[in-house]
Design a protein around this ligand. Structure first.
Ligand SMILES: [Mg+2]
Length: 328
């Protein structure tokens, strides 16, 4: 179980680092120029370096640990400000939020000022793995925690629901038995966990289910499910990449990157889910060896995963197993 907690966090990091060098490329350009991305490629800050996805996940994990597992928006704001590093590929919305927070604008108000109605980007989903693992036994508490951590930066319901769906997928993968795994059942259970208000995501998951055997037609998958930074056009895609390659952490991430677009975040989200199913030992050693070390690097992420596992184990966090399959 500890390996699967660590796997979800490291999976985010690995996907982020694998996808980042081709971020913004189309699926066809990746196919034409590289064939596929199966190795950590040279990048601006070096091979195996991470971006905002991993940094914000680290901040969220540290905040949960400092607050006994609770999501505390004011604390998250402070930690997001601390890890902010313009060299790490933060989105335009985050640059803007950092300035608003510096000016003393309260977090709820600041989040609403972005993009006319709030951001519905995938930024709250890409970082959510620590919530998914910590609350994996209590779907209702998980949903509330995932939405609250999202609200700090994403005022639009689609941004919040996308984060909750990604957290649900991580939790469900963590609870799943790899020996009896069924993609169809996984999708059914995931749909059943969504509240009625998340209709956009329920439709996207149904669409994903209809396309399970069409994954090689990347043009079709990108058109139907999306590969961009909008949460509803990338969280279902990341879940799809996991489900069509559920048997292998490596294949799931290679496939997620092959779809192009927001490749670092797509692969980070796929990596979190696949890592929760297979555990950290499923990370290929050549990828593991390439991961950035030092401050907020690989070993620190492993330690965070272990500490969140300890928090869950010792405090029985949301440990109400009878609720695990309760529909909201
Ligand atoms: Mg990124």
């Amino acid at each position: 179980m500890e390996e699967r907690f660590v796997g979800a966090l490291i999976g985010t990091f690995v996907g982020d680092a694998l996808g980042m060098p081709v971020e913004g490329w189309s699926w066809s350009r990746i196919a034409r120029e590289l064939g596929e991305v199966r190795e950590m490629l040279p990048a601006r800050l070096g091979r195996g370096t991470y971006t905002d996805d991993t940094l914000l996940m680290i901040a969220l994990a540290e905040s949960l640990l400092a607050n006994d597992g609770r999501v505390v928006p004011e604390d998250l704001v402070q930690r997001f400000r601390q890890v902010y590093d313009p060299r790490r590929g933060f989105g335009a919305g985050m640059h803007r939020l950092i300035r608003l927070w510096e000016q003393g604008v309260p977090w709820e108000q600041a989040a609403r000022q972005l993009f006319d109605g709030g951001s519905y980007g995938n930024g709250a989903a890409m970082r959510v793995a620590p919530v998914g693992v910590l609350y994996h036994r209590d779907v209702r508490a998980l949903y509330d925690a995932a939405v609250l951590q999202a609200r700090v930066t994403h005022a639009h319901p689609l941004g919040q629901q996308g984060a909750a769906l990604q957290a649900l997928a991580v939790a469900q993968a963590l609870r799943a038995d790899v020996n009896t795994f069924s993609p169809d059942e996984f999708l059914e259970d995931l749909e059943a966990s969504l509240p009625a208000s998340a209709e956009t995501y329920r439709r996207a998951l149904m669409q994903a289910g209809d396309l399970l055997d069409r994954w090689e037609d990347r043009a079709l998958i990108v058109r139907r499910l999306g590969n961009r930074s909008a949460a509803h056009r990338s969280v279902p895609t990341a879940i799809y990449a996991f489900l069509t390659h559920w048997h292998s952490f490596e294949e799931a991430l290679v496939y997620a990157v092959s779809l192009g677009g927001d490749t670092d975040t797509l692969a980070a989200m796929t990596g979190a889910i696949s890592g929760a199913l297979h555990g950290v030992q499923a990370v290929p050693s050549r990828w593991w060896d390439a991961l950035e070390r030092g401050p907020r690097g690989r070993d620190e992420v492993v330690t965070l995963g272990k500490r969140i596992y300890e928090l869950w184990r010792t405090r029985g966090f949301g440990n109400r197993q009878e609720n695990a399959s309760t529909s909201l």
